[in-house]
Design a protein around this ligand. Sequence first.
Ligand code: HEC
Length: 245
Amino acid sequence: MKKTTILLSAIIVIIGFYACSHPPFAPATHATHDTLNANTTVVIPPDTTHTPEPVDTSVCFQRDILPIFLGSCAMSGCHSAASRKDGYTLTTYATITAKGLVKGNAASSKLYTVCKNNSMPQNPIAKLDSTQLSLLKRWINNGANNDTNCAVNCDTTKYTYSGAIAPMMKTYCTSCHATASAASAGGGIILDTYAAILVQAQNGKLLGDISHNTGFNYMPLGGAKLSDCKITQVSKWIAAGAPNN
Ligand code: HEC
């Protein structure tokens, strides 16, 4: 008992010494996310009363990253499973993260740097734009996780041209259907201006193609069918007269 008391007193004295040896008025610093992650373990008690908030959903693999690879890289002759140019298959989470990607470090990841320096995608596929590059960079720097619990960024009650239709074309279609790439990669069909999209909306091909209706060319070519929510947005926009809103 006595030994323990002495030992405890010694520990308290040592702790006291170290505590007092710190400058008394050290400037207050705000911990950044990085320092918090590195130095502390925050235990959050399970919340049984509310549905948990989704985790950081500002960039999400299934929603934001996979469509970039499928739309701009995974086509036949390039990085499809059959073509595997330079050994890169860019069709699934497993294959995308298998080569040229350093989790947590976009600057050291070839998959990012070749897009950043515009050597990929190769002509006639359009280069990634600054939004796509930023998403790719943030996703890799966040750890290149296989995020599937993405907040749904699709709402069938919102279907304006600028808010829903143009961004959808940008994400899923303009790698082949941009003005610059359409002739060689998109059968001459342009989908990066309102006027050109309107033509495909009015002739029925836009909705028929993305709905995979019999007799149409299924779009996106070689990619997964768009979600029902997105197809509904296009359908409602066309039914409303395909306005430039
Ligand atoms: C990988 C390249 C690629 C992507 C991505 C792509 N397309 Fe196409 N698209 C083509 C090609 C090539 C054609 C020419 C027809 C063909 O060969 O099937 C075409 C044709 C079309 C046509 C005309 C079809 C017809 O019946 O005349 C429409 C409309 C179209 N695409 C819409 C879209 C939409 C909408 C998306 C995105 C949701 C999309 N495409 C994504 C390559 C692509």
